[in-house]
Ligand binder design. Structure first.
Ligand SMILES: *Cc1c(COP(=O)(O)O)cnc(C)c1O
Length: 369
């Protein structure tokens, strides 16, 4: 028998979460963001469930090829654009739309030979200081692109640094609006946090949503602004479950230690279970003792340090649990139980994004409804 660990990808949850993005931004077209192999879920696995999107956004050219190989003929956007001049050939061949965030990318376009002009998304650095033209340089970049025969439509794009937090988006929105003013072209600004948190603007057409929203993490069932809000608040469902079973049970006396470094010591008699899941499966090693976990659908906690292939859970309040009991590390458990990936991520001082992207190669993955 193989080791009992597996990951499940829930297609109904993916489709339902995508519908949430649509409902929150009813007048916008929706990019399903599938970079990083669909946030660790697998592009080929999520494809059917997310076909209802208006386009797929990603940044790896090999991933763009995979989307086209699946038969997708609609829009595909390279969020970081081209990395070198010859990438433009693939853009021409596969009809990929691409971000343009720096002068070099315009230089490459200017000498690119293509039969069909490209659709580009001109990126503004409105304050995040990662990629893009500053507001002051933006119109000149637009004019340069607009003069190129290689370029068809120019769309306008920026990205928020604080859509999930206190600082918010107003300062970046103001910088963007001031710089683009009367420029023609579709606009794309909102990531998951902006889609959900900045949803209403009176006239029904939220200023931050505009023409295209970019739905990433929400599609996969993690709250972009956890812990302020959780997935239940946003009516999202986990799209990934990581589950395993108990392969050992240990009764402990007061003073007995658990795992490497003896970092946990039993305060009294207790019973623990050993789970076939460790950091080599993608479970975070930094998950503190006390991280939530479900055993047979009932919430309990980890005890001690996570090892490479195993971790320990507290069974003291779960007398029925034993060898073979189902353990949900995150996602959907038996009997409608749920453990949000965000709860686990928080206990490991990280975010849901990182955990789902880090699901290890050795974990078998199954697509389910
Ligand atoms: C990853 C990414 C997104 C999606 O962000 P989420 O927070 O996952 O919704 C949107 N836009 C750009 C440019 C990105 O790189």
């Amino acid at each position: 028998m193989p080791r009992p660990i597996e990951a499940l990808i829930h297609s109904a949850a993916l489709a339902g979460n995508l519908a949430r993005a649509r409902a929150a931004a009813p007048d916008a077209k929706v990019w399903a963001v599938v970079k990083a192999n669909a946030y660790g879920h697998g592009i080929e696995r999520v494809y059917e469930a997310l076909r209802g999107a208006d386009g797929f956004a990603l940044l790896d050219l090999a991933e763009a090829e995979r989307i086209r190989a699946l038969g997708w003929r609609g829009p595909v956007l390279l969020l970081e654009g081209c990395f070198e001049p010859r990438d433009l050939e693939l853009c021409s061949r596969l009809d990929l739309w691409h971000a343009v965030h720096c002068d070099a990318q315009i230089d490459w376009l200017a000498v690119h030979k293509t039969h069909k002009p490209h659709r580009v998304f001109l990126k503004m650095n409105s304050g995040m200081n990662r990629l893009g033209f500053t507001p002051a340089a933006y119109r000149a970049a637009w004019a340069r692109l607009n003069a190129l025969p290689q370029v068809d439509e120019i769309s306008l794009m920026t990205h928020f640094s604080d859509a999930d937090g206190l600082r918010g988006i107003a300062h970046q929105l103001a910088a963007f609006e001031a710089a683009v003013q009367d420029l023609p072209g579709e606009r794309s600004l909102a990531n998951s946090a902006a889609i959900l948190r900045h949803a209403t603007a009176g006239d029904g057409r939220a200023a931050v949503h505009h023409d295209w929203v970019r739905a990433g993490i929400l599609v996969y069932g993690s709250a972009p602004d956890f812990p302020e809000h959780d997935i239940a608040h946003w009516a999202l469902r986990p799209a990934m479950t990581l589950r395993s079973r108990l392969i050992g049970v240990q009764p402990l006396e007061r003073g007995d230690a658990v795992g490497y470094g003896s970092s946990f010591t039993a305060p009294g008699p207790m019973r623990i279970g050993i789970v076939a899941c460790g950091y080599a499966d993608g479970y975070p090693r930094h998950a503190a003792s006390g991280t939530p976990v479900l055993v047979d659908g009932v919430r309990t906690r980890t005890v001690g340090r996570v090892s490479m292939d195993m971790l320990a859970v507290d069974l003291t309040a779960l007398p029925q649990a034993g060898l073979g009991s189902e353990v949900t590390l995150w996602g959907q458990g038996p009997g409608g139980s749920r453990l949000a990936i965000d709860d686990v991520a928080q206990a490991a001082a990280t975010i849901g994004y990182e955990l789902m992207c880090a699901l290890a190669q050795r974990v078998p993955v199954r697509l389910v409804v």
